[in-house]
Design a protein around this ligand. Structure first.
Ligand SMILES: [Zn+2]
Length: 112
């Protein structure tokens, strides 16, 4: 069990004690109890954040240790896909790509 719920419970107990001290008009103990409750609550929040950080780091380490998945495409198909994307990116319009630069779409292209 993580220690921060115990710290939160301690802070709550100190707050109740501070309320009793305020009821009895014992201001100095009340101030000390409120201060202690605040410190405990602050410490508990820090512990919770540290625990979460450790969990995230453990998950990242686990993911990094896993083998990388195989590529879904065969190498020759990847080369064809790369060529097709290069062709599409350098094309002026879709009609030019489909007709191997023989025809151009006058709606979108100025190379008629
Ligand atoms: Zn074109």
């Amino acid at each position: 069990m993580s220690p921060h719920p115990v710290m939160i419970a301690g802070a709550a107990l100190l707050t109740v004690c501070a309320a009793y001290a305020v009821y009895d008009r014992a201001w100095l103990p009340a101030f000390g109890l409120v201060h202690g409750a605040g410190l405990l609550a602050f410490w508990a929040l820090g512990e919770r954040a540290a625990r979460r950080r450790a969990l995230v780091m453990a998950q990242r380490a686990e993911l990094a240790a896993r083998p990388s998945p195989e590529t879904p495409l065969a190498p020759h198909f990847q080369a064809e896909l790369k060529y097709a994307w290069a062709e599409l990116n350098s094309a002026c319009c879709l009609s030019a790509v489909l007709s191997r630069h023989a025809e151009h779409d006058p709606t979108y292209c100025s190379r008629n």
